[in-house]
Design a protein. Structure first.
Length: 140
């Protein structure tokens, strides 16, 4: 059995999803007194650090805020630098390869982060203007 201490904020105390999750996993929710920010100092500090790092990733890469979820995932798994220029391998069978003999088998783009379930990564393709899942990365 575990315990979660919350300050009564809407994300936790009034969230039926969060309450159901805790009940399913035998987690007890302990509500702390309202307006006592010192009780939450550690977690608030950790959240501030995460937000600052993610904003720095986006600023350094000159990428819009819509890539914030990708940058946040990258904060957990930083194999490459978020927003850096990379190329990814495209297989011959991929629909973007027209000439299997002479066509370039690489896609150029910006590194968005590693995939959570496969040994691949995501890049924002310059050519196709969309996120694409790739393998065999090269960072420049």
């Amino acid at each position: 059995m575990g315990h979660v201490r919350a300050d009564g904020a809407g994300e936790f105390a009034r969230s039926s999803t969060f309450k159901a999750y805790c009940k399913r996993h035998n987690i007890v929710i302990e509500e702390g007194p309202a307006y006592t920010h010192t009780f939450n100092a550690r977690v608030e500090g950790a959240i501030r650090i995460c937000k600052d790092k993610v904003r720095a990733f986006l600023r350094r890469a000159n990428m819009p805020r819509r890539f914030l979820p990708d940058a946040l995932l990258h904060l957990k798994r930083d194999r490459h630098v978020f927003g850096s220029y990379v190329t990814g391998h495209v297989s011959r069978e991929h629909p973007h390869v027209a000439d299997t003999t002479h066509d370039d088998h690489a896609e150029e783009g910006v590194f968005l982060g590693n995939d959570l379930t496969t040994p691949t990564f995501w890049l924002w393709s310059f050519k196709h203007k969309k996120a694409m899942q790739m393998s065999d990365t090269n960072t420049f």
